[in-house]
Write a protein that binds this ligand. Sequence first.
Ligand SMILES: Cc1ncc(COP(=O)(O)O)c(C=O)c1O
Length: 383
Amino acid sequence: MDNLKKPRKHAKKPPKEFKSNNEFFEHVFNDKEMIWMGQNTNHLHETNLIQDAMISCIESKEYCKYPPPEGFSELQKLILKDLDLEDLDILITAGGTESLYLCMYNLLEKKNNAITCDPGYLIIDDFADRFAGEVRAVPIYNEECHYKLTPKLVRENIDENTKVVVLIDPLNPLGSAYTEEEIKEFAEIAIENDIYMIHDITYKDFARSHYSVAKYAPSHAITIYSFSKISGMAGLRIGAIISSSELIASIRPILINDLGTNLVAQAGAITALRSKETWIERIVTTTRNNQKRIKKMIDTIDDIFIVNYPSDGNMLGIDISKTGINPEKLSENLLDKKIFTRQGSYTSNEFGDKYLRVSFSIPEEQVKIFCKEFPIAIEELRE
Ligand SMILES: Cc1ncc(COP(=O)(O)O)c(C=O)c1O
């Protein structure tokens, strides 16, 4: 058949003995002893609040009905309140991923280009590439730009065909975040050039501080929201898009989930936000302490450093380029030790041979195991 769609540009090949990525993921998923440092997920929720809300939703058997197509209004309001963006409009989606896809589909045409960054979250580039003529992945793996797409870099790369700029804040994989001044300047760039800033704030609650482009440029910002990370709900697939009423109205006709987003996930998300004050501090503190422990261990190893420290996310990059070790071999070695991490090529086309990404919203005991095994893995691979 020659009318099938092209494969995804950045589709990664599965690790050695696996036939497909799906087979690999299922293998890792089913291994109950695996320490989960490969997906920036959060394993630190200790109370059963979110879980109980979902169980009672199931027990009510209300799942035989469809939910409202754009999400329950209570959840919409709670998200807007969480962001202090109550004047904007919102759609509940099956996660940041769906939100990002809808934005790219809605905004980009062949005559346009989109500005992203490398390293970055490559799925975004793939989505943009399906609709735009060009994706400009600006290289940001250097100290000069503080490992992030700066307003200066955006100005250097923008032209009359640019339609969107993607800001991942904090950045997956390096955890770099924006200052208020930078966010204000991005807002100005968006308004001056009449383009959209897609502000992906999936990791915002791990950051020491966070500023919203939408506050400064409400008509030119699209905020991508996720319950996967801070709320620990990755497997439930729930998130949102927040923007002006005009932009949201233009997305409605292209919605895929026209029959609404998973009702059980919405019940969990409502409780996650209602109870956020009771759990957030503990989760963020544990995550930061875990990061400090990792830093202490890394500092004892020659030729290795944390790319951007402290990371404002729940993940960081460990640069191993001076050791000559291939990050893929390192992640395979750690996988054999039952620690799931990600080689750089998962989040970078240009710098993937330089670093390993590890996430650390996991119990302290598991971080201790990582800190014991990582130096051993490095020694084994140096030989
Ligand atoms: C920057 C970024 N955006 C979006 C997502 C996907 O979020 P969700 O699980 O809500 O689809 C991820 C997941 O890792 C991410 O790193």
